[in-house]
Design a protein around this ligand. Structure first.
Ligand code: TYM
Length: 332
C-alpha cells in the first residue's frame, strides 16, 4: 500500500475547487492508500492571520474533511503545528534547497505581488515546508489540484538532493495525483482566474457550507456568454466561463466533458444552470449540513485532531531520526 500525504490551508471558506480538485478525491483514495490529511496552519501564517479566525478556520476545515467522507479512524487527520517534525524538517530543507530553485516558484511571485520586499521569509520558503510535510512520512503519492504541481516538483528535487548530499536512499520521489476534470476550477465571475478562498467576491466561489439558496443564486449570477452550449468540447476553447461550468457539471456528475456536451448540445445557459444548481445542491447540501453540525461541537473536532497528531508523530519520529543520523547530528 502506498502512503498519501496532502494538505489544505485553514485560511477561509473551503470551496468547490478545494472539494472537486482535492478533498473529494482524498475521500475516494482512502480505501487504496494509507492516508495523512493535514490542516496546514504553519503554511497559513506565511501571510498575516487573525489568531481567533485561524482557530475557527482550522476547526471548520477539519469539519469539512470529515463531512466530505474522510474517516478519521482509518486515516490520520491533524493540524500541522501539532507535529513539530514539520518545522524541524523544513529547516533542514532550507539548508538543502537553493535560492535559484525557490526563485522559480510562480506562486510566490503571485502572492508577494509588487510588495516583494514586504513578504515574509516564510512565504518564500513555503515550498520547503511543503516538501517537509510530504517527506516527513516518506509519502509516495500526493493528490493535489493543478496549482500545486510546481511545488510538488520541488519536493522531488529536494528529496533527491538530500539523498545525494548525504549518500542515502532515505526519501522517495513523491508522485503527484492530479485529476483530469476539475484540477483547476475557475472563478464564477471570471473564467481566467482560479476559484480561490482569497477572492474578495463571495460570488466568485461556491463554498462547501453554502445553503441551497446561496448556491442557486451564485450559479444564476455566474458569468456566461450569449451562445447556447456546444455539442462537443472543441466549442469550448475560446469560452472559459462555459468551459468552467461544464467542467464543474462533469466533475459533480462523474462524467466526461464530452458526455456533458453531448447531453446539453444547443441548450440555453438558463436551462443548464438550473440542472447544475440541482446537482451542486444534491452533492454539497449533505456535506454542508454535517459541517455545520461538527462546527457546533469543537470538542469532537479537537479529539480527532489530537488523535491524528499522536499517530502522525509516531510515524514521523523514526524518519526524523534517520534524517538527523544521515546528517551527523549527535542524538542523545
Ligand atoms: P490550498 O489550501 O490552496 O488548497 C487545498 C487543495 O485544493 C486544491 N485547489 C483547487 N483545485 C482545483 N481548483 C481550484 N480552484 C483549487 N483551489 C485549490 C489545491 O490544489 C490543493 O490540493 N500548499 C497547499 C497545501 C499543502 C500541501 C502540502 C498540499 C501544504 N503542504 C503537502 C500537498 C502536500 C495549499 O495551499 O493548498
Amino acid at each position: 500500500m502506498g502512503r498519501i500525504f496532502s494538505g489544505v490551508q485553514p485560511t477561509g471558506n473551503l470551496h468547490l475547487g478545494n472539494y472537486l480538485g482535492a478533498i473529494r478525491n482524498w475521500a475516494r483514495l482512502q480505501k487504496d492508500y494509507d492516508c495523512l490529511y493535514c490542516v496546514v496552519d504553519l503554511h497559513a501564517i506565511t501571510v498575516p492571520q487573525d489568531p481567533k479566525e485561524l482557530t475557527a478556520n482550522t476547526r471548520e476545515v477539519t469539519a469539512g474533511l470529515i463531512a466530505a467522507g474522510i474517516d478519521p479512524k482509518d486515516n490520520i487527520i491533524f493540524n500541522q503545528s501539532q507535529v513539530s517534525g514539520h518545522a524541524e524538517l523544513a529547516w533542514i530543507f532550507n539548508c538543502v534547497a537553493r535560492l535559484g530553485w525557490l526563485n522559480r516558484m510562480t506562486q510566490f511571485k503571485e502572492k508577494a505581488g509588487k510588495h516583494r520586499e514586504n513578504a515574509t521569509v516564510g512565504l518564500y520558503a513555503y515550498p520547503n515546508l511543503m516538501a517537509a510535510d510530504i517527506l516527513l512520512y516518506k509519502a509516495t503519492h500526493v493528490p493535489v489540484g493543478d496549482d500545486q504541481k510546481q511545488h510538488l516538483e520541488l519536493s522531488r528535487d529536494i528529496a533527491q538532493a538530500f539523498n545525494s548530499m548525504f549518500d542515502v536512499e532515505l526519501f522517495p520521489q513523491p508522485e503527484p495525483i492530479i485529476l483530469e476534470t476539475a484540477a483547476r476550477v475557475m472563478s464564477l465571475r471570471d473564467g481566467s482566474k482560479k476559484m480561490s478562498k482569497s477572492d474578495p467576491s463571495d460570488y466568485s466561489r461556491i463554498n462547501m457550507a453554502d445553503s441551497a439558496d446561496d448556491i442557486a443564486q451564485k450559479i444564476r449570477k455566474a458569468r456566461t456568454d450569449p451562445e447556447p452550449l456546444p455539442a462537443d468540447p472543441s466549442g469550448l476553447e475560446t469560452r472559459p466561463e462555459a468551459a468552467n461550468l461544464i467542467g464543474i457539471y462533469a466533475a459533480l456528475s462523474d462524467q466526461s466533458v464530452d458526455a456533458v456536451c453531448a447531453e446539453f448540445a444547443d441548450a440555453s445557459f438558463s436551462d443548464f444552470k438550473g440542472r447544475l444548481t440541482d446537482l451542486a445542491v444534491a452533492n454539497l447540501g449533505p456535506i454542508g449540513d454535517e459541517m455545520k453540525r461538527l462546527v457546533g461541537d469543537p470538542a469532537e473536532i479537537d479529539a480527532v485532531l489530537r488523535d491524528g497528531a499522536e499517530r502522525a508523530r509516531a510515524l514521523a519520529e523514526p524518519i526524523l531520526r534517520e534524517a538527523r543520523n544521515a546528517m551527523g547530528f549527535v542524538q542523545v
